[in-house]
Design a protein around this ligand. Structure first.
Ligand SMILES: [Mn+2]
Length: 371
C-alpha cells in the first residue's frame, strides 16, 4: 500500500454493484488508464461498470480499452443517460472539469465520490473524496484501492495502471517520481504490465504528421526575458493541414521545458472554438500553477494550463507577460522544490476557487478567462 485509501471511499466502492466512472475532459494516460483498471477490477467481482467520457483519449492509448468499455457521449445524449448507484470521478475532484458530463453529475441521484491527486477545490460537492496531492498519479491510488478491497489485478488492469503512472511521471523522470511510484510500477510489471510494449505504444508510435508538427514547433521556439521564458505556437491551420487532433499534442510542451535557461515554457495552441490553450511548465522554481490560476486554469506547481479567449497569440502573450515578470521577480522558495507532474487538462469552466488560497486572493487579470 502506497497511500491509505479514504475509509468512506473504500466502503462505498466495496459494496457498489452499479457504477459509472467519469474523468476530466481530454483524458490523458492517467485518467484513462485509471478508469480502465478500476472498471476491470470492479467487473471482476461482478459489478456493472459503465465508463463515459466527453472526449476520446489520445490515439496511442486507445489499445488499453481492448474490451471496449469506454463510451464517448455526445452532449445531446447526456440527458438520456441512465442513473447509477455509485458515480466515481477520477483524476479530478472538480465537477466543472467534466465538461458536458458535469450536468450528468449534477442531475444524478447516485452517491458521488472523487479519487484524485490534484490540488482539490475547497468545496467539491462529492459525498466523499480521496485526494492525495503527493501521489504521482491517480493510477497509484487506484492500485491502492484495488489492494485495499482485495480485488483482482488482471494483466490488462496492470498495463492500464502502469500507463497511468508512467504518463504522469514523464516515464519516471519528473520529480513526482518517488520510491512509491517505482515500486508500484514494479508490482504492475509482476502482474503483467510490459514496460517495453507500453513505451512503444506511448512514445514510439507517433504518426509522421505528429513528428513533423513537433519539428515545426521546435523550429519556431522563441525566447523572452533573457531566455527565462520560452514559448512556441501551434495554429489551427497547422493542425488541420496535418490532420492532427488536439489530444495528439500531449508531450510537445515537455520538449520546450528541456531548454536549459527556461524557467517557464509555454505551448500556445489555437483551438477550433476560437479559444487559446496555454500549457505551462516550470522546470525549476517557478510555480506555474499560480500563473495558470490567474487565468482561471490550474494544475500542479510545475505543470499547469489554462484556456483563454483572445483575438490572437499576441494578446495571449500580452496578458501573460506581466504574470511572468511577477513570477520571475519572486525569490525561489527555500527547501525542497515543488513537485512536478502533468497539468490538469484544460477546462474553460475551471473555478478559480480550485487554486491555492494565495492565488485566489489576488485580483483578476485584465483579460477575463473564458469560463
Ligand atoms: Mn493525473
Amino acid at each position: 500500500m502506497y497511500f491509505t485509501p479514504d475509509a468512506r471511499v473504500c466502503a462505498l466502492v466495496a459494496k457498489a454493484r452499479d457504477v459509472v466512472l467519469l474523468t476530466h475532459i481530454y483524458p490523458d494516460g492517467d485518467a484513462f488508464g485509471s478508469q480502465i483498471a478500476l472498471a476491470d477490477a470492479l467487473e471482476s467481482r461482478g459489478a456493472r461498470v459503465r465508463v463515459w467520457n466527453c472526449h476520446p483519449p489520445p490515439e496511442r492509448i486507445k489499445f488499453l480499452d481492448a474490451a471496449g468499455r469506454v463510451r464517448i457521449v455526445r452532449p445531446e445524449e447526456i440527458p438520456a443517460l441512465p442513473d447509477c448507484e455509485l458515480l466515481i470521478v477520477l483524476d479530478t475532484s472538480e465537477p466543472a472539469r467534466l465538461g458536458n458530463l458535469a450536468a450528468y453529475l449534477a442531475g444524478s441521484a447516485a452517491v458521488k465520490i472523487a479519487i484524485d491527486h490534484h490540488i482539490p477545490p475547497p468545496r467539491h460537492g462529492f459525498d466523499a473524496a480521496w485526494t492525495e496531492e503527493q501521489a504521482g498519479a491517480t493510477g497509484i491510488l487506484i492500485l491502492d484501492l484495488i489492494d485495499a478491497l482485495g480485488l483482482t489485478l488482471s494483466p490488462a488492469a496492470a498495463a492500464a495502471l502502469f500507463t497511468a503512472i508512467a504518463s504522469d511521471t514523464g516515464w519516471f523522470a519528473f520529480n513526482n517520481t518517488t520510491a512509491r511510484e517505482l515500486s508500484a510500477a514494479a508490482r504492475l510489471v509482476e502482474h503483467g504490465a510490459c514496460p517495453a510494449d507500453l513505451y512503444r505504444h506511448l512514445k514510439g508510435a507517433a504518426s509522421l504528421q505528429r513528428t513533423t508538427l513537433l519539428g515545426e514547433v521546435l523550429a519556431s521556439v522563441r525566447e523572452e526575458f533573457d531566455g527565462r521564458f520560452v514559448w512556441s505556437l501551434i495554429t489551427r491551420r497547422q493542425m488541420t493541414d496535418k490532420g492532427i487532433a488536439y489530444e495528439e499534442l500531449d508531450g510537445f510542451i515537455d520538449e520546450l521545458k528541456n531548454i536549459r535557461a527556461a524557467l517557464v515554457a509555454a505551448l500556445i495552441v489555437e483551438l477550433s472554438d476560437g479559444n487559446w490553450k496555454v500549457s505551462l511548465r516550470g522546470p525549476l522554481h517557478v510555480d506555474v500553477n499560480l500563473i495558470a490560476c490567474r487565468f482561471g486554469g490550474g494544475g500542479h506547481a510545475k505543470a499547469a494550463g489554462y484556456r483563454v479567449a483572445a483575438p490572437g497569440v499576441e494578446a495571449v502573450l500580452a496578458d501573460l507577460r506581466p504574470e511572468l515578470r511577477r513570477a520571475f521577480g519572486r525569490p525561489p522558495p527555500a527547501g525542497k522544490p515543488p513537485r512536478q507532474g502533468k497539468e490538469a487538462e484544460p477546462c474553460s469552466t475551471r473555478s478559480r476557487k480550485a487554486c491555492s488560497p494565495r492565488s485566489a486572493r489576488r485580483s483578476s487579470p485584465k483579460r477575463s478567462s473564458k469560463r
